[in-house]
Every structure is written in structure tokens, then in C-alpha cells.
Design a protein around this ligand. Sequence first.
Ligand code: GDP
Length: 305
Amino acid sequence: MSFFERLRKGLSRTTEQLVSRFEAIGGAEAPAVRGRPIDSGTAEALEEALLSADVGVAATDRIMTSVRAAVGHGGNLRTLVKEQIRRILADAERPLVGARPRVVLVVGVNGAGKTTTVGKLASLAKAQGERPLICAADTFRAAAVEQIAIWASRAGVDLVRAPPGADPAAVVFDAIVSGKARDRSPVIVDTAGRLHTRVNLMSELDKIRRIAAREVDGAPHEVLLVLDATVGQNGLTQAREFLQAAGVTGIVLAKLDGTAKGGIAVAIAHELKLPIRYVGVGEGLDDLAPFSPQEYVDALFEETW
Ligand code: GDP
């Protein structure tokens, strides 16, 4: 199955949610979305449908402004909505910086899918011809180091680890030194998802950032926040906390396969102005891919409606 197919399958619950809301309001005898004229009835149905898929109030408002302006002008509703959503997502994109080694911090609360994502990211980098290195900087939980070691071996990628309780920033330092010596890039850092207090967690991330910046120009080059797509709008609150303290540069939306709330990608791009970098659509090593606004809207608005 191509990644697009998997993305389409992953988003199918979100698509179903959109369609069923839309049909419920528009009436069963009404033509499918693509055949609808843009009138005030379809606009209202669309607004409800977008909100039900967790697109969020602000992004929905922006989309609806364009839809209402098009009422009575005979345009195609689906084409219009797809283009509006694609634009919101594309506006949040930013170019990646090239550096060696590229240092990528992966942050997020426990359970979001952080460790799994680190493994998948390493595997993807390798498939693209890079020579990644994983750094196990969640030294607070012995189990976390063991888990990341399993992912590193699945991906066939080297791991820099330290005994439980070691200073995470020191492990990051070791990994960067080792990355330079062995010509490895990217250095993908799995960070802790929870400490005794949130203040501790954020100051730990800050220390890691400082050490990385001292060792490589411009590091960390990416700070990826892993969000569990199934938590929908609650993810925005989590993101805002990390955004301030950890300098997040992009989002990995994990578990997009298990949710009807896949519209959250649009809310994140619009409200946080953060690019979605990758999406996770399963628990396997290959179930992660770079995010493309065009593929996302194509998958969400599949031809069936
Ligand atoms: P962490 O605590 O943030 O490091 O989270 P883990 O990486 O251990 O993942 C938590 C759970 O989510 C595990 O059971 C993973 O298999 C699962 N998971 C992670 N990513 C995905 C995904 O994209 N899709 C699905 N369905 N499950 C995922």
C-alpha cells in the first residue's frame, strides 16, 4: 500500500465524520457534497461538519468566510474547501535547515507516541540515505531506555544511551560528539515526557537545548512535538505549553489512524502557526511519513463524497 493509501485509510474515520454530519444536515436526498451548490444551507452544514472533525473554531471561521463569500456564485464546494484547508496548512510550513549533524529533539507528554516516533523517524531517515543516530535522553525511566533500544535495533540504527538517572544533557552531549566522530546525521533525541514537575521538565529541555547549541551551530535544528491526534482540541493546550518552553518548530501528529478528529491538523496550523512535519498512521516502523498539505486534503476529501 502506498503511503497515500495508508493516509487515506488513516483519515477514513475523520472523513466519515465529516460526511455523516454534512449529510445529516443537508438531508439524505440531497446530492453528494461535490454536487452541491454553495448556498446558505450547505454553508451551515459544512460549518457543523468541520467543527465535528476538530478543525477548531478559528480555522473553521476562516474557511467559512471564503465559503460565504462564494454563496450564489455557482462554484464547487469541495474544491473551494480543499483549497482553503490546503492554504492554511501550507501557510504554516517552513523550510528545513541543513546542518551536520542535524540535531532533532523529540518532545511530548508520555503516551503521545514519542518513543515510537523516534524509531520511525530514524527508519525514515535511513530509508532516505541518511545515517541517523538515536540518543536516549529520557534517563528518568529505565523502561524508556529499554524501549528506545528496541526501536533502534528494529530500525538498524546506532543508539547512544546512559545508565538510568544520568544527566540527560550529558547524554545529548555524548551523542553529538559521537555523531560528529562517526559522521552520523540526524541525531534524533528522545526526551523525557514527564518529570516531578512541569517546571523541571521544561528546565531540563532548556538545558538540553543549550548543550546542543554549544556543540553544533543552530542546534537544535528541529524540536518536534509529538501530539496524539486522538485527543483532538486538548492537543492545542499541550502544544502551547511546549511551544513556549521548548521552542517547538514542528508537529508530529501520531495516531491519525485511530481518530475521527483528524481535522486537528488544520487547527494546529492555523492557531499555532506550526507546520505539521510528519504524520503517524500505525504502530509499525514504516507507519510515518512527511506531511504534505496536498496529500492530506486529497485523503480527507476522497472522491466518494
Ligand atoms: P511515549 O510514551 O510518548 O514514548 O509513547 P509510545 O511511543 O510508547 O507510544 C504509546 C502507544 O501509542 C504505543 O502503544 C504505540 O504503539 C502507540 N502508537 C504510537 N504511534 C502510533 C500511531 O501512529 N498509530 C497508532 N495506532 N498507535 C501509535
